[in-house]
Design a protein around this ligand. Structure first.
Ligand code: PEP
Length: 261
């Protein structure tokens, strides 16, 4: 069975104190669930991924030390392992602290930092080499959808970013479909729109690799997913969970999303 995942991208938000409060509030809720096995979550908790700002990585890791179901990672990595790249953080550093995952190609990195698929492919390669699991973000802008180019665009992002990997490697990648027009706008993709694109992504993986790999890979939805709409989105056959921005900054909302399968 495919892994269900709920990931929280805290972006460039929260003071250190606020970040730790959020992490600890979340921990209390997870502990309660683990203790009581609340039947509201019949299949147990999904895998939880947290992406705090880099400066809080070790503190958040500390909160969740020995929590198998909670992994902590970073929102971006540099494409080189080390060297004269002032201000950057490499996957080797993240892994050496105990971080396990990294977002790659979030639309905010693509748009504000001009990251293209070729660069993102290099980042993925270095992440994998250093033992980090990439969460590769793809998704179209509004004009692409309005002109019917969204499938083609997302297909190119996947082919250039990921399809150079061999089948064994690609199985360890998590894909996040995040339509850019839905990120931080409150304008969520409808469950039908999300399902349609996720099914398409799975079809691409099937065509390039195999049915088995397509069935095994986790594909998350991201874009104004919140405590109210998560259940409808996660009920879609090919939606395996969510990458959550704004709603991951409140423990109550984020935990409701975690319970939404
Ligand atoms: C994101 O940043 O990946 C995201 C999906 O943000 P939001 O949930 O706020 O739209």
């Amino acid at each position: 069975m495919r892994k269900k995942i709920v990931a929280g991208n805290w972006k460039m938000n929260l003071s250190a104190e606020e970040a730790l409060t959020l992490a600890n509030e979340l921990k209390v809720k997870i502990d309660h669930q683990l203790d009581t096995k609340d039947p509201k979550i019949p299949n147990g908790l999904p895998q939880i991924l947290l992406f705090p700002p880099n400066v809080y990585l070790s503190r958040v890791l500390e909160v969740f030390r020995n929590y198998e179901g909670v992994a902590v990672g970073v929102q971006n990595i540099h494409q080189e392992e080390k060297g004269a790249f002032t201000g950057e953080v490499s996957p080797l550093m993240v892994r050496s602290l105990g971080g396990t995952h990294t977002l790659i190609g979030h639309s905010e990195r693509r748009i504000h930092f001009n990251e293209d698929d070729e660069l993102l492919a290099k980042k993925i390669a270095l992440a994998v080499k250093n033992g980090l699991t990439p969460v590769y973000c793809c998704g179209e802008m509004l004009p692409d959808r309005e002109t019917g180019k969204h499938f083609q665009l997302v297909s190119e992002q996947l082919k250039k970013g990921v399809f150079w990997m061999d089948e064994q490697e690609v199985k360890n990648i998590i894909i996040a479909y995040e339509p850019v027009w839905a990120i931080g706008t409150g304008q969520t993709a409808s469950p039908e729109q999300a399902q349609e694109m996720h099914a398409y992504l799975r079809e691409l993986i099937n065509d390039h690799y195999s049915k088995k790999t397509a069935e095994e890979m986790t594909i998350l939805y991201g874009g104004s997913c919140n405590a109210k709409n998560a259940a409808e989105l996660f009920a879609q056959k090919d939606v395996d969970g969510g990458l959550i921005g704004g709603a991951s900054l409140k423990a109550d909302d984020f935990f409701t999303i975690i319970q939404s399968f």
